[in-house]
Design a protein around this ligand. Structure first.
Ligand SMILES: Cc1ncc(COP(=O)(O)O)c(C=O)c1O
Length: 416
């Protein structure tokens, strides 16, 4: 049958807003993803994204894994698979989490499409419109984005160089109860190499947070994407170790293997895994089978550990390069955190400079960063701060980028 439709005709633009749900009003585009578009500009040195260094991606290992899997297990690896995740990978993760201090058996583990999906599923399971969640301020932008879509409100607690000020949690809790008559839904914490603050919570604070969560009967979301990327000192016991019955621990392969695989995991009580599975089935039925086979193959052959050792070396050098360059090139009155691991540090510039406004000067100089205010869920701070990523650019570009930023900051200060 021949249809008389002109495929080249101009297609009218409908007003879709009349058809969309009210929820859509609350959804925001990620400021960082928007910024990343800016950073496509030729020659720009970007400290903005949270990107791992692509030159270290284990391409050969992944190629070999793919070839092996397609040849020997292709029929299963390309088929639908359980919503909870590929059983050998759940087993591997349970064992490695256990060694790390997170009590887990395979039934406690659920594979997700990156930790970002875990954050969204948490929103889906826990947040009714108007509910409060307790977060640090600043906190991870992707969590804010995930939860505002469920119409969450944010009661924030401050931070110092040791991370979350956990003793502020009780007051935050009381304020929420006084205002709404309801408890906040959970505490969201980033104890290791915080994104964006670069801080690490010492053991005593983690224990204290666990006690407070227990006392207030609050669940804890422990988001730990960078835990394996430690450049100095010893691993610190996760919060989950103290209160596994009330912690939802989030891990990811994004920062260790590659982010493009989109593979993360949740460790939580088994009853909750079942709820997450129901929530996840409505999204995507299950995480990609093939990528789970790849990760399982690489982990089981011990290649991930070796790869992470290489990454630690390279990123430690980049962190040190950035810290040295900041000391050399930035104006007096600036300060920054000294991260023990991860990918970011948090830099504060002298007060007259607003980092959101200063960004256009920085981009004109060929450097990008993320202004601090974006990490404040209530946009009530971070005006004189910025997040700087040190994992993505090679050392010589880190020096050049920090030098350019320092020169632009000094110029801006002179003009005040
Ligand atoms: C704190 C934090 N949580 C979650 C994520 C999401 O990671 P992914 O979805 O790539 O696993 C990131 C990524 O930057 C992050 O920094």
């Amino acid at each position: 049958m021949e249809l008389n439709v002109d495929l080249e005709r101009e297609i009218p633009v409908l007003d879709w807003s009349r058809h969309l749900s009210e929820r859509v009003e609350y959804m925001q585009s990620s400021a960082i993803r928007e910024l990343l578009k800016l950073t496509q500009q030729q020659g720009l040195i970007s400290f903005a994204g949270g990107l791992p260094a692509a030159e270290f991606f284990p391409l050969r290992e992944i190629e070999e894994a793919c070839r092996y899997i397609v040849r020997h297990e292709g029929a299963k690896a390309l088929q639908y698979s359980p919503s909870e995740g590929h059983p050998p990978l759940r087993e591997y993760l349970a064992t490695s989490m256990h060694k790390y201090g997170v009590p887990a058996v395979p039934d406690n583990v659920l594979l997700t499409n990156g930790s970002q999906q875990a954050l969204d599923l948490i929103g889906k399971l826990f947040i009714d419109p108007g509910d409060y969640v307790i977060t640090e301020s600043p906190t991870y932008l992707g969590a804010i984005q995930a939860w505002v879509a469920y119409q969450a409100r944010f009661k924030t607690v401050g931070m110092d160089d040791d991370g979350m000020l956990v003793d502020e949690i009780e007051e935050a809790y009381k304020q929420v109860v006084a205002e709404t008559g309801k408890s906040p839904k959970f505490i969201y914490a980033l104890p290791n190499f915080h994104n964006p603050a670069g801080t690490t919570m010492p053991l005593e604070r983690r224990q204290r947070l666990a006690e407070i969560a227990d006392k207030l009967d609050l669940p804890v979301i422990e988001d730990d994407p960078y835990g394996m990327l430690r450049y100095e000192g010893e691993d610190i016991t996760p919060i989950c170790t103290f209160i596994p019955e009330r912690t939802i621990y989030l891990g990811t392969f994004s920062k260790t293997l590659t982010p493009g695989l989109r593979l993360g995991w949740i460790v939580c009580p088994e009853v909750l895994v079942k709820r997450f599975v129901q929530a996840k089935q409505g999204c995507d039925l299950h995480t990609g089978t093939f990528v789970q086979y790849i990760a399982a193959d690489i982990c089981q052959r011990g290649l991930l550990k070796a790869h992470v050792r290489r990454l630690r070396e390279a990123y430690r050098e980049r962190r040190d390069t950035m810290l040295d360059a900041l000391t050399e090139f930035w104006p007096d009155g600036s300060s920054w955190t000294r991260p023990q691991g991860g990918m970011f540090l948090w830099a504060r510039v002298p007060e007259p400079i607003n980092t959101e406004e200063f960004l256009k000067d920085a981009v004109a100089e060929g450097v990008a960063y993320v202004p601090g205010v974006h990490f404040y869920p209530n946009r009530d701070g971070g005006y004189h701060a910025m997040r700087l990523n040190f994992s993505y650019s090679p050392p010589h570009l880190i020096v050049e980028g920090i030098r350019r930023l320092g020169a632009a900051l000094k110029r801006a200060l002179e003009q005040q």
